[in-house]
Design a protein. Structure first.
Ligand SMILES: NC(=O)c1ccc[n+]([C@@H]2O[C@H](COP(=O)([O-])OP(=O)(O)OC[C@H]3O[C@@H](n4cnc5c(N)ncnc54)[C@H](OP(=O)(O)O)[C@@H]3O)[C@@H](O)[C@H]2O)c1
Length: 376
């Protein structure tokens, strides 16, 4: 039986470049404090993936209480072993019967898997927190960032025997709105234009492996292996690798547009975005141009952001020190800098800000765990 500890992407995750020692799920590290009888039973769907691994990290780091935990993935991983907080688990193949007795299921196995299995879980009384795009725009499904719109899920309760679906927004949407919403609350955003610089990790564990492999191949003078991405990624950048839609925007860009309107419950806000893949291993960055209804000067904006939950301001003009993907990798906060007046707009009605966040953590797994914490 293969041990998951040997998998390539876990080696990638444990690199010192990420600044934070990753928890080792494969060796006992500490006594589990929150494994309690009255706590919910949990399932992690896609546990062997980039986001799935972070779910485990957060369940542990945040002492999330649970009675039992099911590790679910595809048939390929069935039988692999994971040691998580003193206990050995065997990864099980996801099937329609996986959710009997499960109170909360975290899904991160892709949209088609969510579409097929999340409704089955809900029918069995499970509250599903879904990381995929499958249900985000479904009117009946709340799309939640706990710091932004926790009220959207207040009707969903645990322990009633009634299942429900809650969607995690797209990672770029989460990182952007963590920084922009506190400013929106003060001055009301009328228009937002976002340009993103997105890391390999946003495309999953295999994409991170491909970037590393390509980097080595190019340095060795070989032609790069292109399996996940259709073109050379190392030492290059390109428009996000999802489909282009009839309006010329790609799927990632239109996700941001639609999700921001839904989360803010604002059909009038004008949003446009340009999403670019850059050869960064982990953490997304974005430049955001904002137009406000009410005036907002840069000092006030900086103060608002310094007091915003989950936001850290890194805006040292003297030292030319602003947020970088490397600094926010494996961090739970979103970093904001380059807070400056937009010279193309009159008075104090326009600002630029630059935002970086680890999209596997706050952009995916952490946000989902925070949603589950609201349920508790
Ligand atoms: N990466 C991010 O930053 C990010 C951010 C927000 C949302 N998301 C979303 O989260 C989901 C997963 O992303 P990821 O980056 O973690 O991808 P990933 O690293 O490629 O992992 C995919 C996971 O899904 C599992 N899986 C694949 N096919 C399956 C099947 N038929 N039945 C059960 N499990 C199956 C895989 O299991 P095996 O190991 O057995 O193949 C693996 O555990 C996607 O919907 C993605 O859009 C990702």
């Amino acid at each position: 039986m293969a041990s998951l500890s040997l998998s390539r992407h876990n080696q990638l995750f444990s690199r010192p470049i990420f600044h934070r020692p990753k928890p080792n799920f494969f060796a006992p590290t500490k006594i589990r404090m929150s494994l309690t009888e009255n706590a919910p039973s949990i399932a992690v769907v896609g546990v062997t993936g980039a986001v799935g691994q972070e779910f485990l990290s957060f369940l542990s780091d945040r002492d999330f209480p649970y009675r039992s935990i099911k590790m679910l993935a595809s048939k390929r991983s069935a039988g692999r072993r994971i040691t998580f907080e003193d206990k050995d688990y065997v990864v099980e193949e996801l099937t329609p019967d996986s959710f009997a007795g499960v109170d909360i299921a975290f899904f991160s196995a892709g949209s088609s898997i969510s579409k097929e299995f999340a409704p089955l879980a809900v029918d069995r009384g499970t509250v599903v927190v879904d990381n995929s795009s499958a249900f985000r725009m479904d009117e009946k499904v709340p799309l939640v960032i706990p710091e932004v719109n926790p009220e959207a899920m207040q009707h969903i309760k645990l322990g009633t025997g009634k299942g429900a679906l809650i969607a995690n927004p797209n990672c770029t949407t989460i990182i952007c709105l963590m920084a922009v919403t506190p400013l929106h609350r003060r001055a009301k955003v009328l228009c937002m234009d976002v340009t993103t610089y997105q890391a390999a990790s946003g495309a999953g564990a295999a994409a991170m492996e491909e970037l590393e492999l390509q980097t080595r191949e190019v340095l060795e003078g070989k032609s790069p292996t292109c399996k996940i991405f259709k073109q050379q990624y190392a030492f290059n950048l390109f428009s996000h690798n999802v489909s282009i839609l009839s309006n010329g925007y790609n799927e990632e860009e239109m996700k941001m547009v639609k999700e921001i309107m839904k989360i803010w419950n604002d059909k009038d806000v004008k949003v446009a975005s340009t999403c670019i893949r850059v050869p960064i291993m982990r953490a997304h960055s974005m430049n955001v141009k904002l137009q406000f209804e009410r005036p907002l000067d840069e000092d006030t904006a900086r103060d608002i952001l310094k007091n915003a939950p989950g936001v850290v301001v890194i805006d040292d003009r003297e030292a030319n020190h602003f947020p970088t993907p490397l600094e926010v990798s494996n961090k739970d906060y979103v970093a904001v800098g380059r807070i400056r007046r937009d010279l193309t707009q009159d008075g104090n009605h326009g600002l630029y800000i630059y935002v970086c966040g680890d999209q596997i953590r706050k952009g995916a797994a952490l946000n989902a765990i925070q949603i589950a914490e609201l349920l508790l």
